[in-house]
Design a binder for this molecule. Structure first.
Ligand code: GRF
Length: 217
């Protein structure tokens, strides 16, 4: 009997183009994940429509209805746990997670950040990269820890900044990279090739001290 697929919950707040790449790649058999539920903290997030179109269960809770961050996160976890997720994929989920939530899903939360971490944590990365005159930019898939954009890096997609390109143009190119690297890293997790042990990433049972890097044109 084949191993059951990794049950995955995808958390979004907006467009969900990364979610779409997961939907497409699972449908095409390029990655092995069971996309069990898509959760949004915003009822009008377009990603919910993408999920419904693909026949994936959707859930939504609005954070403003809860007293504090942890109260919201506990409510989210109660909803997600009905789907018994093995993996939580943050895909444009615009919430800082409480330590409680990170602990609850310890070693099972992935995020993608649009910069070559540890450079440029936080918001507005593309403009900041252009302003600093950087030659390289990209995106990073990392494990989530309590430190914002600070968990161990797994996979980076890297590209050269074109002279004269705008932040919007750069953002579009970085997003195209994200749509390749994020499903790939999640697939590794689903295959049991990635683990987080005492803050250290193991890839195929060996310490991963620097992320795997893919260069894109
Ligand atoms: C992505 O660029 C990702 O790096 C960041 O949020 C954005 C989400 O975009 N964390 P989308 O909703 O997947 O289109």
């Amino acid at each position: 009997m084949s191993k059951p697929l990794c049950r995955t919950a995808v958390l979004i707040s907006g467009s969900g183009s990364n979610l779409q790449s997961f939907i497409d790649k699972t449908a095409q058999g390029e990655i092995d994940l069971d996309l069990g539920v898509v959760f949004s903290n915003k009822p009008d997030a377009y990603g919910l429509t993408r999920a419904k179109t693909a026949g994936i269960a959707t859930e939504c809770l609005e954070h403003r209805n809860y007293a504090d961050r942890e109260a919201f996160d506990r409510a989210v976890a109660e909803v997600l746990d009905d789907y018994q997720p093995d993996l939580i994929v943050l895909a444009g989920f615009m919430r800082i997670l409480s330590p409680w939530f990170v602990k609850h899903y310890e070693g099972r939360i992935l995020n993608i950040h649009p910069a070559l971490l540890p450079a440029y944590p936080g918001l507005d990365t593309h403009q900041r990269v252009l302003d600093a005159g950087e030659e390289l930019h990209g995106s990073t898939v990392h494990f989530v820890t309590e430190e914002l954009d600070g968990g161990p890096c797994i996979l980076q997609g890297r590209l050269a900044v074109d002279p004269g390109e705008t932040a919007d143009e750069l953002c579009a190119r970085v997003q195209a990279v994200e749509h390749q690297i994020y499903p790939e890293a999640a697939h590794w997790f689903g295959q049991g090739r990635l683990q987080l042990r005492n803050g250290q990433t193991l890839f195929d049972n060996k310490p991963l001290d620097v992320p795997v890097i893919r260069d894109f044109p």
